[in-house]
Design a protein around this ligand. Structure first.
Ligand SMILES: [Mn+2]
Length: 294
């Protein structure tokens, strides 16, 4: 049977797709944000392989690494708390498909970026895989052909060739321009409450794409961040993201489990949820009470 991939449009989902295409007969790739799968709003078919997304009982196989995601007792595929879902796919198939070792460097990049194991210098001046990852914005559905192109490029070309491919190059340049706007916007709309950096961008209908790690570089006294933006995919909803400061990982809470209580999920160090606009203030203040002094 021809299989189909349903994944998240981020570097991890794209690398996972590169890998699965080497080992399974894939004839289509679709993308979704995790919350939509979690809420059962996405069609899932019996030949679907879900990667880097919550489990859905209708799927054929599931590969994931988000600890807050509900795991069924039995399923086909693999789950473990690895740095990336791509790593979960890689480790699952490698014993039978040693040729996957050609992608060892690509999977290492997915690990590093998905787990935000980044240095100050890398965040200030992103290059190669990190810069590429920043051109992938899962909220922009019109970019589907670009994401599919990245799957093809990363399957067959070195990272330096990928970065020089005309569309990739142009998108990196465009990202740098947008990022300058984003940096100003984030600085202007952020405040610190004890150990928590709060960025509230609800005044803006559309927020430019930007380097979400940038602000941590200037806020090393905070160990957690709380970001609030309008949900561009679902009008009337607000997206709330919580994360450890990647340069100050002294917090000791499970963010994914915390956000699960508000209909979201994620990892120990980073997670998100989406709530109704009118409920957002209440959720934010409840979260803040928990995050302050964590
Ligand atoms: Mn991931």
């Amino acid at each position: 049977m021809k299989m189909s991939v349903l994944t998240r449009a981020d570097l991890d989902g794209i690398v996972g797709t590169v890998l699965i295409k080497q080992v399974e007969d894939i004839d289509a790739v679709r993308f979704s944000e995790p919350k939509f799968v979690q809420d059962g709003e996405v069609d899932v078919f019996e030949n679907d392989i879900l990667i880097n997304l919550p489990y859905d009982t209708r799927c054929a196989m599931w590969f994931d690494h988000h600890i807050a995601n509900v795991r069924p007792k039995a399923f086909s595929g693999a789950f473990k708390p690895a740095p990336s879902a791509a790593r979960v796919v890689f480790d699952h198939y490698l014993p039978n498909f040693p040729q996957l070792n050609n992608y060892a460097q690509l999977v290492a990049a997915a690990d590093k970026i998905d787990a935000a194991e980044l240095t100050y210098a890398e965040v200030m001046e992103p290059t190669d895989y990190l810069l590429l990852s920043m051109t992938i914005d899962g909220k922009v559905h019109e970019d589907k052909s670009y994401w599919l192109k990245l799957v093809e490029l990363l399957s067959s070309q070195s990272i330096s060739d990928v970065m020089n491919e005309p569309e990739v190059f142009a998108r990196c340049e465009q990202f740098k321009v947008e990022n300058e706007v984003y940096k100003v916007l984030v600085k202007e709309n952020s405040r610190v409450e004890k150990n928590v950096l709060i960025t509230d961008l609800r005044h803006y209908d559309k927020v430019p794409n930007g380097n979400r790690y940038f602000i941590y570089a200037f806020q090393s006294a905070t160990n957690l961040s709380l970001k609030i933006v309008n949900d561009q995919e679902r009008p009337g909803m607000v997206a709330i993201g919580v994360g450890y400061n990647i340069f100050n990982k002294t917090a000791n809470i499970n963010v994914g489990e915390l956000l699960k209580k508000y209909g979201g999920g994620g990892h120990r160090a980073v997670g998100s949820t989406r709530v109704k606009q009118e409920a957002a203030d209440q959720v934010v203040s409840e979260l803040l009470r928990f995050l302050v002094n964590s």
